[in-house]
Design a protein around this ligand. Structure first.
Ligand code: SAM
Length: 276
């Protein structure tokens, strides 16, 4: 090939490239019907079934979503949970594997006028970082929830997790809700609050508090004056601890590595991690 001919071919290719790239980027030819999702369409790890709006509202109520929250929906479908959270003033984000559903969610957010607070990304939830969320919403499967469980438990204490219908295995929910007899399927919601980790030995003055923790549930004992008493009705609610020992109700909070609060009736208590 002669040099001028080669130059002409390169020039032609350079001119044609942007056109070819543009054709590849455009998802939908102009005038083509918009993508319409089908209930039950396959998804990467679970099919698409939308949460009924009534339950979306209830899930966000259970999580007490406010404008201060960062809500992340894992497998966000048509974007309804994200859009509802954004309507409440929260910053909301959806992670969805199906690119057509992501584009649909963006159109739905535009129609709802919440694009400033609602965002969507095409990604695999198991390859995504959502550690900035204060509320995580799910409508997946129990097996998928259990896969996510270690990641969820490592989130900031007090983070709320709400799931449509599916549980977390042996991690019992802090709250559950049933839509009622008029609902045919996918009618339950569960709430979990990420507990602070407080298991171990604590010193309250001369007394010794031993805590064994399983998720939010606590068991253990309080030894006072050499006498050990089992603790009961003991749990973590985020960073808040409550338990009963020796007939007295203790309430406290984990702050700066110490537990401190009130004993029912007025006295203050403070526990620090016991040495050894
Ligand atoms: C049961 S639908 C729930 C949709 C939405 N959250 C709701 O409540 O209406 C599950 C969604 O998860 C998506 N999905 C499945 N596996 C996924 C994965 N590994 N990463 C991201 N999205 C996924 C599906 O495409 C589907 O849209």
């Amino acid at each position: 090939m002669t040099r001028p001919r080669m130059r002409r071919l390169l020039l032609l290719a350079a001119c044609a490239l942007p056109l070819l790239a543009g054709a590849a980027i455009a998802q939908q030819p102009p005038g083509a019907p918009a993508f319409t999702p089908t209930v039950g369409q396959s998804g990467k790890d679970v099919v698409w079934v939308p949460t009924q709006q009534q339950l979306v509202d209830r899930m966000l109520d259970m999580a007490k979503v406010t404008a201060q929250d960062r809500v992340v929906d894992l497998g966000s479908g048509d974007g309804r949970t994200v859009i509802t959270a954004a309507r409440r003033g929260a910053s909301a984000h959806g992670i969805e594997f199906n690119p057509d559903m992501v584009a649909l969610s963006q159109r739905n957010a535009e129609a709802a006028g919440v694009t400033g607070r609602a965002s969507f990304v095409q990604a695999d939830i198991f390859q995504s970082d959502f550690s900035d969320a204060t509320v995580v919403t799910l409508f997946l499967l129990q097996t998928l929830n259990e896969r996510l469980r270690p990641t969820l438990l490592a989130m900031k204490p007090g983070t709320r997790v709400v799931s449509n219908t599916f549980g977390m295995g042996d991690w019992t929910p802090d709250q559950s809700f049933d839509t009622g007899a008029e609902c045919a399927s996918f009618c339950r919601a569960y709430l979990w609050i990420i507990p602070a980790q407080v298991g171990g030995q604590w010193q309250i003055g001369q007394d010794r508090l031993v805590l064994e923790q399983r998720y939010q549930a606590l068991t253990g004992s309080l030894t006072q004056g050499g006498q050990a008493q089992p603790i009961s009705e003991a749990k973590m609610d985020g960073e808040t601890i409550t338990f009963t020992a020796g007939g007295r109700r203790y309430t406290g909070k984990l702050e700066g590595g110490a537990l401190s609060g009130q004993v029912e009736g007025g006295a203050a208590w403070r526990a620090v991690k016991a040495a050894g």
